[in-house]
Design a protein around this ligand. Structure first.
Ligand SMILES: Nc1ncnc2c1ncn2[C@@H]1O[C@H](COP(=O)(O)OP(=O)(O)OP(=O)(O)O)[C@@H](O)[C@H]1O
Length: 388
């Protein structure tokens, strides 16, 4: 399997607001660096120490300031979608404080067509590509999962009809994950698929191999610190769960970014468990860190950018998920049968016995050979032994 190793692509997108503070959030002309300068507090004495860090600098793959939805899609998501159509898993994820523009980036606004976000654009691109790539047959499936207070919720399952065994994050051999019980809906065009997350599978007819890929489009909950939310009751419970899963996400990312750590705590929450192959696994992963460019939000902006720079150190290993199709398996079995027949005829020739095994072998011997052949084809027997 051809594996491509790369670091998570990290972008920062600044929500355009009336009170943008260029003296606090400084975007360098390289289009990749954002410097955060602490606000000058006139009540505090100025720090005159030499070498005192006077600002924080973050270098990312791109700083998206005043970028249109089209530009954001092209920079952040297009290559991930095209990778998925070639058989590589992909994830695009938005992280940031409440109101900083995660949903706007991921889903977009319904106000105008130009304002549509990554999900509808990705769906459009998938179906345009499916039409273009006529040499392949594609099947696209879509599911929509919400993780709410550590409970997995299938948003496409209609009226409450929970999966009899409940939904569970399951690990596959090879490090992948899937959600058992999450419904996969076949979709045939953009309209059927809009506003939903999706999984795409491609199957090649002419070739004997086919590839599969899943594409995760993730809108995370707001990342602000709990004490700031000032919530009570159910809202407090929600905020606590959000805080818990985002801090476990941060722990997993810290462990992944540290090459000396050989254990990564993925199973602590549903979020990190479900994103296991996205973070450090077989996946092309991109993060958009959504921030406000306002002085009043500097603390949250800093914590979002710190998270983003840790994410930058995480390496993933995207591989084309190639499988042998049923046709290939049938062809292989036919070949095996052919080879076995030839082998058998060589044995009989060598023993100068009549060419038909029926003349040579007793019923029990024949049954034994047939059973050996069957087990050989199934892979449970390495060698066939024939009496000569
Ligand atoms: N780049 C942008 N251009 C125009 N409007 C934006 C942009 N980013 C965000 N907004 C607007 O700001 C508001 C808040 O954005 P959004 O709902 O996307 O925040 P969020 O980060 O998803 O918040 P939450 O954590 O509550 O889900 C929305 O009205 C959205 O339309």
């Amino acid at each position: 399997m051809k594996t491509q190793s790369s670091n998570v692509g990290v972008f920062v997108r600044i929500r355009p607001t009336a009170n943008f503070s260029p003296d606090v959030v400084e975007c360098l002309p390289d289009g990749q660096t954002v410097n955060i300068h602490p606000r000058k507090d006139s009540r505090k004495p100025q720090d005159t120490r030499k070498n005192h860090l006077s600002y924080w600098s973050f270098r990312l793959e791109g700083v998206l300031q005043a970028a249109s939805q089209e530009q954001v899609y092209a920079r952040v998501c297009q290559r991930v979608v095209l990778g998925a159509l070639d058989g590589q898993n992909g994830t695009v994820m938005c992280y940031g404080q409440t109101g900083a523009g995660k949903t706007f980036t991921m889903t977009g606004s319904t106000e105008s067509y130009q304002q549509r976000g990554i999900i509808p654009r990705a769906l459009q691109e998938v179906f345009l590509e499916v039409e273009k790539r006529t040499e392949h047959v594609f099947s696209v499936h879509l599911s929509y999962l919400e993780i709410y207070n550590e409970t997995l919720v299938d948003l496409l399952q209609g009226p409450p009809r929970p999966c009899p065994r409940g939904m569970v994050v399951m690990e596959e051999p090879g490090g992948g994950v899937f959600i058992r019980g999450l419904t996969l809906h076949p979709v045939h065009n953009e309209e059927e698929a809009l506003n939903l997350l999706f999984e795409s599978h491609t199957r090649t007819l002419s070739d004997v191999k086919y590839v599969t890929a899943k594409l995760n489009l993730v809108d995370l909950a707001g990342s602000e610190r709990l004490e700031k939310t000032g919530s009570e009751g159910q809202m407090l419970k929600e905020a606590m769960y959000i805080n818990k899963s985002l801090s476990f996400l941060e722990q997993a990312i810290l462990a992944l970014a540290d090459r000396r750590r050989d254990f990564v705590p993925f199973r602590q929450t549903k979020l990190t468990h479900a994103l296991k192959d996205t973070l450090g696994g077989n996946c092309n992963t991109v993060l958009v860190a959504n921030i406000y460019g306002e002085a009043a939000h500097m603390e949250d902006t800093l914590s979002t950018l710190r998270f983003a720079s840790r994410m930058k150190c995480v390496q993933t290993y995207a591989a084309v998920n190639e499988h042998n199709g049923t046709a290939a398996q049938i062809k292989k079995l036919k070949n095996d049968v052919h080879m076995l027949r030839e082998e058998l005829s060589i044995y009989t020739t060598l023993a100068k016995r009549p060419s038909s095994p029926d003349d040579l072998l007793s019923k029990a011997e024949l049954a034994d050979i047939q059973s050996q052949v069957q087990r050989y084809l199934e892979g449970s027997l390495e060698e066939i032994s024939v009496r000569t």
